[in-house]
Design a binder for this molecule. Structure first.
Ligand code: SF4
Length: 232
């Protein structure tokens, strides 16, 4: 109980640091530009336009990691995987299999709760063209490191998409003795990490992957069912 209180406090402190971070000049300019210019359909909304913290159950055994916030999703709503097509698909799955209390994620006040799951990003700010530089990933990895330290029950890291997957390999190469040579992204591929966690590759729930049939709800849900078994 005491440990949990300390962890809650640490997470609040960490999130405060993340929200106030301006370390990457290029990303600071870009997130502000998006927030100012807006997408036409959201022109009457106030965009968040700041770094995005993680969200979910602090006692989670499953951590889901995306690469970075979406320009008009997280960067607009202020919560990770909230308010865009990718989050619609992701939460339809998480809600159906009981990792979320509902199957939609539309804004910060929608009542969403994650169960045994924590959702975060390798990079907390939206990058131009969804392509961060190595230095930006390195700058932001200090926050991911702290999240790993606070979320002590995590057993499985699910990387959504190849770039998120590669960013986790990059993180482990920088922080552990870990040879990632020959490890390639393949949906469902599970890798043993040097701190005894498992890394699982999962297609990103993007409209492109859904529309081309690369991923569908059944395939996505089946993988998450296997992950739930893995951490049980
Ligand atoms: S990407 Fe990370 S390190 Fe860079 S400004 Fe955003 S929060 Fe800070």
């Amino acid at each position: 109980m005491l440990m949990q209180k300390l962890n809650n406090k640490s997470l609040l402190g960490l999130n405060k640091k993340i929200i106030n971070c301006n370390s990457c000049e290029r990303l600071l300019e870009f997130r502000n530009k998006i927030a100012k210019e807006k997408r036409k359909m959201y022109r009457n909304e106030n965009y968040w336009g700041k770094p995005i913290t993680g969200f979910g159950d602090i006692k989670a055994k499953i951590m889901i990691i995306g690469l970075a916030p979406a320009a008009h999703g997280g960067n607009r709503t202020g919560r990770v995987f909230t308010g865009d097509k990718s989050s619609d698909f992701l939460f339809e799955c998480l809600g159906n299999i009981g990792l979320a209390n509902q199957n939609y994620s539309i804004n910060k006040n929608d009542g969403l709760k994650l169960l045994n799951t924590y959702l975060t990003l390798s990079l907390k700010c939206v990058p131009p063209g969804d392509k961060p530089t190595k230095q930006e990933l390195l700058n932001c990895s200090k926050f991911l490191k702290e999240e790993f330290l606070i979320l002590q029950n995590v057993k499985a890291i699910v990387a959504l998409g190849k770039i998120a997957f590669d960013s986790i390999l990059f993180f482990y190469k920088k922080n552990f003795i870990f040879d990632a040579k020959g490890i390639n992204f393949s949906h469902g591929h599970t890798i043993d990490l040097p701190d005894n966690k498992k890394l699982i590759a999962c297609y990103h729930p993007s409209p492109r992957n859904v529309n081309t049939g690369r991923i569908n709800l059944l395939k996505f849900t089946n993988l998450f069912k296997q992950i739930i078994m893995l951490v049980s």
